[in-house]
Write a new protein. Structure first.
Length: 215
């Protein structure tokens, strides 16, 4: 099974929400990208859809405050590759289909979805493996959206305040982006220990092992 999974994780307390709001304000004012020097083929990517050339959105990353990072470490997930505040700028309404290069799993805390009907999808390219470049040596950047080439595996309309996780080595995209889409991105490596990832809170029990099987 390959899906977007919404784990039942603890609710962020008000003081952490406040710190996160300040991080968002800073990110929107600074347009920081942590100095990540990514290729022009990613930064200025265009794709062909129905004989039209569409520019793809990209995501800028900035630092999270210690208050936010520490709360996530203590209450959500104990370790990660990197955690950032991610802002997708609406240069078009599409963050085009791709896999991620430097991380295996992405755990998202949604702050602003970027519109009323923003949808994320997972795909398999026909004739290609489901998981692509799992060794982090490269990524897939799809340039032709010809429908017959792809099978939709799952779709998600994650709401503000929700957590969602997926395997970034599976092709994914985001459609219908109307304004800045803002989320916390927690990037997790292949060797993450799902067996030991479990939480019990007022709303119920979350078991990482079961969760991993569905990813
Ligand atoms: Fe991605």
């Amino acid at each position: 099974m390959v899906k977007f999974i919404k784990p039942n994780l603890p609710t962020m307390p008000d003081n952490v929400k406040q710190a996160l709001e300040e991080d968002v304000t800073k990110a929107l004012n600074n347009d920081e990208d942590l100095g990540w020097n990514r290729s022009d083929s990613y930064n200025f990517r265009t794709v062909e859809i129905d004989n039209k050339t569409v520019r793809s959105c990209r995501t800028h990353h900035s630092h999270l405050s210690e208050t936010v990072e520490n709360w996530i470490k203590e209450n959500v997930v104990p370790h990660w590759l990197y955690a950032t505040l991610a802002v997708t700028h609406p240069v078009s309404d599409l963050h085009a289909m791709h896999t991620d290069r430097t991380r295996r799993y992405l755990l998202i805390y949604m702050i602003d979805t970027g519109g009323d009907n923003v949808v994320s999808k997972l795909y398999k390219e026909k004739g290609q493996p489901l998981h692509r470049h799992v060794d982090n040596t490269n990524q897939v950047l799809i340039t032709d959206y010809a429908e017959h080439k792809f099978e939709v595996l799952d779709e998600s309309r994650v709401q503000p305040g929700e957590w969602v996780m997926f395997d970034t080595k599976v092709l994914h995209d985001v459609m219908n982006i109307q304004r800045e889409r803002i989320a916390v991105h927690i990037s997790i490596d292949s060797n993450f220990d799902f067996d030991r990832w479990e939480y019990t809170d007022a709303e119920g029990h979350f078991n990482g092992e079961d969760f991993y099987k569905a990813l």
